[in-house]
Design a protein around this ligand. Structure first.
Ligand code: BES
Ligand code: ZN
Ligand code: ZN
Length: 502
């Protein structure tokens, strides 16, 4: 989709559809809506008075202007209550507008909230573009009729105030680059497992890296063996698809200490020998959503040319049962000397992440953030409202929380109490990989998973359990399927980190 920010007067703009945001309970239209209302001889005023349109958040009303304005149609869109208007609402409104105008080729809009809404023009324009692009997204690669998709090819943002044009162009450009990165993350996570095994995931990462001039590397089985990455090799053994450890690097000023982003890349998680129940197993194609977010984030880092040294690290495997598969009771010896008794082959994410977290140390990272669809327990704890956040560093936690609030990709901090560790006690190895209570997987599942990972880190670190957030969010700008959660959060986090390093 093409996006332009133009200076102009909306009552003079020629367009198929002009989207106009209206706050709830407005009686007399003001600002941009007021100007439109005057040229339409009070039509908006009468619509509001007669109760045809209330301005509830996301409510839409399409009306024809019958040649009284150069714009052919006005799309009224409810902004909800003025006092609670924020960037998240702006994103959802942007999405609703693009969806309501889906049969037209172009849409013109004002930046919702940048006028009387009181939002910063740059952030508001970014939110408007993100909402519009992300709300238009559909995964239609396998759809029978792809012509039914949203028709909008061009989005024009009009602003009257010349002072706001520059910041709005910045915001719109960032919004577009970030959204394109979210598209990539969604596309990867939506792909069926068979379409995107580890080698193919690596290939997609390579193509992106080539296009965006990132360093790319993928360790194959021989190299994984040489590096003693036995967690990745162990989990991958049950599958006919070979594993990879994918490395992506953006290093604009040859800085020594990078920020390392780690993403769980289980391209399909059947549970392995500890096989999952059949119901819902198809969803386990998104068990590489952490990897998808990291690949997307690196694309945006490069696209925005952030002045930071950032490395993406993705352990990619398929978790299947077979005659060669790792078995309950088997032991994995890690390169730091730790031994893990695998009691549940379905707790495979932590087994491969442990390798990646150990490997990350070689880059002498300033901080490491991992994203993983790690536990069903985290979905039970937080549902689809926030990812679980675990960290050994308060400043890193602070940056992640503030980036989460700004992007609407919320996180909620959960504890890394040492007391949980005894749940992983093994009689014969350093640890077990999971708690097994009769018929269940034990208490505090998300925290136990995080605590397991903590055993493998030697730097400031944060773990985001995104099992609930990666799929099927109930938001206008997150259509069914992969949400691309994490890309926007990571970019905003990196921008904050750049301003105020640890
Ligand atoms: N990939 C799953 C976690 C998951 C669950 C992701 C639901 C997305 C939605 C993970 O590998 C897993 O199977 N975890 C186990 C951990 C347990 C065995 C300690 C779980 O959550 O049951
Ligand atoms: Zn699993
Ligand atoms: Zn998994």
């Amino acid at each position: 989709m093409e996006i332009h920010v133009v200076q102009g007067d909306i009552i003079k703009i020629e367009t198929e559809v002009l989207a106009l945001g209206i706050f709830q309970g407005v009686q007399t239209p003001e600002g941009a809506a007021g100007a439109v209302d005057r040229t339409l001889d009070g039509m908006l005023f009468r619509l509001f008075k007669d109760g045809d349109f209330h301005g509830e958040a996301g409510e839409t009303f399409l009306l024809r202007t019958e040649n009284r304005l150069p714009a052919k149609r006005i799309l009224l869109i409810g902004l909800g209550e003025r006092d609670s208007f924020d960037l998240e609402r702006a994103r959802n409104i942007g999405a609703k507008a693009v969806q309501a105008a889906s049969r037209f080729k172009e849409l013109t809009t004002i930046v919702h909230g940048a006028g009387i809404g009181g939002l910063e023009p740059e952030a508001a324009a970014q939110a408007c573009v993100e909402g519009s692009l992300l709300g238009k997204y559909r995964f239609d690669l396998y759809a029978e009729d792809r012509s039914k998709q949203n028709q909008i090819e061009s989005l024009r943002i009009v602003e009257f105030d010349t002072e706001k044009i520059k910041p709005m162009r910045f915001g719109a450009d960032r919004g577009q680059k970030v959204s394109e990165a979210v598209y990539l993350a969604r596309d990867l996570a939506n792909e069926p497992g068979e379409a995107l095994p580890p080698v193919e995931l690596a290939e997609r990462a390579r193509l992106m890296a080539e296009h965006y001039h990132l360093r790319f590397e993928a360790l194959d089985e021989k190299e994984l063996e040489r590096e003693k990455l036995h967690g990745i090799l162990g989990v991958a053994r049950g599958s006919d698809h070979a594993p990879r450890l994918i490395v992506l690097e953006h290093n604009p000023k040859d800085a020594k200490h990078p920020i390392v982003l780690v993403g769980k890349g289980v391209t399909f998680d059947s549970g392995g020998i500890s096989i999952k129940p059949r119901e819902g197993m198809e969803a386990m194609k998104y068990d590489m959503a952490g990897a998808a977010a990291v690949i997307g984030a690196l694309q945006a880092v490069a696209g925005l040319d952030l002045p930071l040294h950032v490395i993406g690290l993705i352990p990619a495997v398929e978790n299947l049962p077979s005659g060669k598969a790792i078995k309950p009771g088997d032991i994995i010896r890690y390169r730091n000397g730790k031994t893990i008794e695998v009691v549940n082959t379905d707790a495979e994410g932590r087994l491969i992440l442990a390798d990646a977290l150990l490997y990350a140390a070689r880059f002498q990272p300033k901080v490491v953030v991992d994203l993983a669809t790690l536990t069903g327990a985290c979905v039970t704890a937080l549902g689809k409202e926030a990812a679980g956040l675990f960290s050994n560093d308060t400043k890193l936690t602070h940056h992640l929380k503030s980036a989460a609030e700004a992007t609407g990709e919320r996180v909620w901090e959960l504890p890394l109490y040492e007391g949980y560790k005894k749940l992983l006690k093994s009689e014969i190895a350093s640890f077990k990989n999971s708690v097994m209570a009769p018929g269940r997987t034990g208490p505090a599942g998300a925290a136990v998973g995080a605590l397991f990972l903590k055993e493998f880190v030697s730097y400031p670190w944060a773990h985001l359990d995104i099992a609930g957030m990666a799929w099927d969010l109930d938001k206008a700008y997150c259509p069914a399927g992969a949400s691309g959660y994490g890309v926007r959060l990571l970019i905003e986090f990196l921008r904050r980190f750049d301003q105020n390093p640890l």
